[in-house]
Design a protein. Sequence first.
Length: 428
Amino acid sequence: MVRAIVGANWGDEGKGKITDMLAETSDIIVRYQGGANAGHTIINNYGRFALHLLPSGIFYDHTTCVIGNGVAFSVPAFIKELADVEAGGVPEPKILVSDRVQIVMPYHILFDQYEEERLGKASFGSTKSGIAPFFSDKYAKIGFEVNELFDEETLVERLKRVVELKNVQLRDLYHKPEINFDELLETLHSYRDQIAPYLCDTSKFLRDALKAGKTVLLEGQLGTLKDPDHGIYPMVTSSSTLAGYGAVGAGIPPYEIKEIIAVTKAYSSAVGAGEFVSEIFGEEADELRRRGGDKGEFGATTGRPRRVGWYDAVASKYGCHMQSATSVALTVLDVLGYLDEIKICTGYEIDGKVTTDFPVTPLLKKAKPVFETLPGWKCDIRGIKNYDELPENCKNYIDFIERHIEAPITLVSNGPEREAILHRTPKL
Ligand code: GDP
């Protein structure tokens, strides 16, 4: 059986914690898309970790972690993160990397920086991890599958062609130093030697495991609104953030994905540029940003301040719908305890008409938020262990969200720690 944990919004919904929690009852945890660009924050008995590439299951000794073929795989980021986790006292994890995964090349990272520089104000707010150039090359069929590092003839021949092409761009478009072929080849040889022990046919491994009745957890990165097909294009990421893509990016049968848990945060936040209808500014925003998450709303990978806003039920309804969420986890609810009143965006006004359907980007640019205001609960809900013990106004806020997103909320997170989770019986 396969379960997927995915984001219903712009990412940073607190998926890391929910994954870490569900990993406890899973045999295998799989990353199937994205790369080392976004990060999960996990707080457990070993400490506080920001994971970028490693699946959240690495903290358990009963789980096997898999990096699926759909990931943008950075060998140095992988090796460094493994070393950091081990330095934090975590026992050496069991981890397998797909022999079909493609590798992020050093020049992908450079091109990401150079292109953002070139675009200046019109830039995408990329994390500059090389993800967009990586996926461009993958689909232009000039990428490198990790298995090709072991076939010297193919590697040298392809690398020559690619370096020639990249050097034209470096010289004539970006006016930057050209790639040195020999140095790059040497780097790739070192990647090959470092990664060799982890590689296998992970699709086959997963199929065999599923046949044997194992439980697999797919761990998504970012959220629906960053999906390149269904998100706020072009301010999106370069690989699909949807649970359905798990079948492709992990190489598993689509019909095995039985549960899809969409994670949504009790207010909104987004990193980077792009439409964000319920965004707030000034003092009000600074306060929410400062109090948000477990250490304020700052990116786990970049440390950049996140943009914040009130809960957007229009975006979240769409976000859960596109994920085909079978249930929803509502996170970071404890942060809102300081507010007298809480606004929720329940509609978008576009050209004088109010809609609750999430529109295409040109219309989204014109959308103005329609807010409804609910009373706050004015207390700290951290430490509460039973859903029923939450203050009435807090439960009303959750019921209100559930009605508007039209998806059953079964988990409510009231603190960053693994055990700060409340089970709720949905009303839908
Ligand atoms: P992800 O990318 O979806 O995994 O999200 P992140 O882990 O980057 O962001 C979520 C942030 O919120 C992290 O700092 C978590 O430790 C924190 N967090 C998760 N759940 C809760 C919660 O219920 N309450 C609070 N206060 N913080 C939480």
